[in-house]
Write a protein that binds this ligand. Structure first.
Ligand code: FAD
Length: 467
């Protein structure tokens, strides 16, 4: 029986362990937490979405005034809110723990280090143990980027992990970094009543996403946040007893400001510092990722690496899919990790989601595309739910009419992108999407009508195709 040890039990590690067990391998899964879950389930994707759900409810309740329904000002009990978020995490991680037991995965709570390419040492609360295996899968994930000067040891300077613990509802908060983690967590605090400001070094929020999608979100962020400072750097900050004074430099020159809390969300770095890795042939890139091939095998034939530690994009679903490829490679299959696209979702309100080619990438790479956009003010469903702040677009190859990319901004864009993903993976053409009957009235119709826009025949928008 093939023996596999998986180090790290995030969505990469536990997916690998479970699949390996399904294929009949003898599996040991090692992680410091009580149950499998990793960053995603304990202090990332899941707790942030539980809080974003609450933020959405608060926002809808206040918005309901415009529909003739008025609720009083919300009373927020931070302890109960934190308990709700913790319960969500416990439910899910308890579930993965159960599933691990059912699959007879040997889950060891502890820290692993590498003794040889087929032997691990595990430090547990009660002592230590060694595991001898045929293969090791490293799924050690990532951690918040720390840069000198910003890593101040103060309870008022938060990273994503401590921000999710909701120390209190601050009066004011500065979010450093206008990426998805900063915007998601900033939106939570803004909905709870904090005056949130965001500072971003580049000239736009969410660098990497198409500007037309970001524009619609940015408008909302400008309404709900106190201040959005673009092309601005934080020069220094120091935490005093009750506040964090910050020096900034932006287009108008240097400025000083003070906040109750600062959230540093400037990115994440891969965690390739697994003790003993240097005793193997595993190579680590300049950016700190473990170097792997198309099967996620490292330079050391018995060691695989998956998830955040194995490269961008650092997303849970990428980790889980790599896990399956690595396990199949161990099983001897000719599987490779070469998805046609990997979706990205920013769970703000409105959400932004994209898959495949973006307009920015098409331009950079000199790829000619036709862009068909459907504005949500023409969607019956968007009007019915009073969420016309959205847009769906398809990037289409003008020659073959194949869908190369999909971008969506709007309420629930994260769910809608699945159809775009399927279209890209299946090599669908604009006609395929146009001819697929979508239920009415749904936001998913915006995908179909975007395809109709390509032909200049969208039912709800008059925009004839230019000859
Ligand atoms: P991780 O989930 O990082 O897990 C790695 C595990 O390995 C950890 O438990 C760690 O303690 C353990 N470990 C490390 N070293 C050792 C060792 N030597 N021995 C034993 N164990 C070890 N992604 C999305 O796709 N969607 C989202 O909505 C999303 N939201 C996010 C929100 C936040 C606030 C954050 C921080 C991240 C979010 N992410 C999201 C990113 C997502 O969490 C990661 O991409 C994902 O967790 C990566 O999975 P992984 O399996 O590579 O490792």
């Amino acid at each position: 029986m093939t023996r596999v040890a998986v180090v790290g039990a995030g969505p990469g590690g536990y997916a690998a362990a479970f699949y390996a067990a399904d294929l009949g391998m003898q599996v040991t899964l090692i992680d410091p937490e009580k149950n499998p879950g990793g960053v995603c389930l304990y202090r990332g994707c899941i707790p942030s979405k539980a809080l974003l759900h609450v933020a959405k409810v608060l926002d809808e309740a206040s918005h309901a005034r415009e529909w003739g329904i008025e609720f009083g000002a919300p009373k927020i009990d931070v302890d109960r809110l934190r308990a709700y978020k913790n319960k969500v995490v416990e439910k899910l991680t308890g579930g993965t723990g159960q599933v691990a037991k059912l699959r007879k995965v040997n889950y060891v709570q502890g820290w692993a280090s590498i003794v040889t390419p087929t032997r691990l040492h595990i430090r547990t609360a009660g002592g230590e143990e060694f595991v001898d295996v045929d293969y090791i899968v490293l799924a050690t994930g990532s951690e918040p980027t720390r840069i000198p000067g910003f890593s101040i040891n103060s309870p008022r300077v938060l990273d994503s992990t401590s921000a999710l613990d909701l120390p209190e509802i601050p009066g004011t908060m500065l979010v450093i970094g206008g990426g998805y983690i900063g915007l998601e967590l900033g939106s939570v605090y803004a909905a709870l009543g904090t005056k949130v400001s965001v500072v971003e070094m580049t000239d736009g929020l969410l660098p990497g996403a198409d500007r037309d999608l970001v524009r619609i979100l940015a408008k909302r962020v400008e309404e709900t946040f106190d201040k959005v400072m673009l092309s601005t750097r934080v020069l220094s900050m120091k935490a005093s007893g009750t506040s964090v004074p910050v020096s900034l430099e932006g287009p108008d020159g240097p400025a000083e400001a003070s906040y109750d809390y600062v959230l540093v969300a400037i990115g994440r770095r891969p965690n390739a510092r697994v003790p003993g890795l240097d005793k193997t042939a595993v190579q680590v890139t300049d950016r700190g990722f473990i170097q792997t091939d198309f099967q996620r095998r490292s330079e050391e034939p018995t060691i695989f690496a998956i998830g955040d530690v194995a490269g961008e994009p650092m997303l849970a679903h990428k980790a889980s899919h790599e896990a399956r490829v690595a396990v199949e490679a161990i099983e001897g299959h000719k599987s490779v990790f070469e998805p046609a696209a990997i979706p990205a979702v920013v769970f703000t309100d409105p959400e932004i989601a994209w898959a495949g080619l973006t307009e920015a990438d098409a331009e950079k790479q000199g790829i000619k595309v036709d862009v068909a956009k459907f504005p949500w003010p023409a969607s019956g469903r968007a009007i019915a739910i009073d969420r016309v702040d959205g847009m769906t677009k398809l990037l289409i190859d003008p020659e073959t009419e194949r869908i190369l990319g999909v971008g969506i901004v709007g309420s629930g864009a994260g769910e809608l992108i699945a159809e775009g993903m399927l279209a890209i993976e299946m090599g669908a053409t604009a006609s395929d999407v146009k001819l697929t009957i979508h239920a009415h009235p749904t936001l998913s119709e915006t995908v179909m009508e975007s395809a109709e826009m390509f032909f200049g025949q969208a039912t709800h928008v008059y925009k004839p195709k230019r000859k």
